[in-house]
Write a protein that binds this ligand. Structure first.
Ligand code: BTN
Length: 250
């Protein structure tokens, strides 16, 4: 995939800009990066706090030629790319179903994929936020989130800069996306994801599904990336969306 990067000082949201570019005909591989977002979007309509240079705010335009049922696996490819990018900077992470990346149970990255119709067909925008610095996290976020700066300081002390991260991230994402769109790619991506996620099997979780909440143990992923959870009364539940929370064993 040919990667082209557009850089902005400030945007409402890199996902919104990438979608606008896709509607104007941008090719697959166009990436939008901003130093700050004024209306950064998280999943489930949440806000993604996006202070200047405190995070990497990145979105890529895709025009996938894969079966619709496999579209959710694009976020798996993105999570694998983030995992490998962190590994390149000496940071060991864990993918939390479906597409958060954690270090020692603290969130370091979130992924938001959005689809839209464009004159050139369906476009998927994959937005990736990676925390670069924790120094100005609000107190309530500091307890549940971490950053590359914090993890590097705690480990190797290696130097990093946003451009080096973007370079690794785009290379890792291109590689994972190429696998996904090749023969038997869905199966390969599910396997790669499973190898990098402690949530794939045998994890005690609580899943909030709308007004319902179930507790159980994870039991692998379905063909389309949905999570299988064996509930406390031994029923198999298939979780397509919804929040998964780790349960500590007591
Ligand atoms: C989440 O975990 O809730 C997903 C967060 C996704 C944040 C990124 S930052 C770059 C891109 N632009 C946005 O507005 N959101 C995504």
């Amino acid at each position: 995939m040919k990667i082209t990067i557009l850089r902005y000082d400030e945007l409402e949201s890199t996902n919104v800009e990438a979608m606008n570019q896709a509607k104007r005909g941008a090719d697959e591989g166009l990436c939008v990066v901003a130093r700050r977002q004024t209306k950064g979007r998280g999943r489930h309509g949440r806000v993604w706090i996006s202070e200047k240079d405190a995070g990497l705010y990145f979105s890529i335009v895709l025009r996938p030629r894969i079966e619709n049922k496999f579209l959710p696996l694009i976020t798996f490819a993105a999570a694998i790319a983030v995992y490998e990018t962190l590994a390149a900077f000496g940071i060991k992470s864990d993918i939390k179903w479906a597409n958060d990346v954690h270090v020692n149970n603290k969130k370091i990255s979130g992924i938001l994929a959005e689809t839209g119709d464009t004159p050139k067909g369906l476009a998927v925008i994959v937005g990736i936020g990676i925390n670069l610095k924790s120094s100005n996290f609000p107190a309530e976020i500091g307890a549940i989130a971490t950053s590359i700066e914090q993890e590097i300081a705690a480990n190797s002390g290696a130097s990093f800069n946003a451009d080096a991260i973007i370079e690794k991230l785009t290379a890792n994402f291109s590689a994972a996306y190429e696998i996904l769109t090749s023969e038997d790619g869905a199966e390969k991506i599910r396997r790669m994801w499973t190898e990098r996620s402690s949530y794939a099997k045998g994890k005690s979780v609580r899943v909030a599904l709308g007004t319902e909440s179930i507790c159980g143990v994870t039991d692998g992923i379905e063909e389309n990336g949905a999570l299988r959870v064996i509930s406390e009364n031994s029923e198999t539940k298939i979780v397509h969306a919804g929040d998964v929370e780790r349960l500590r064993r007591i």
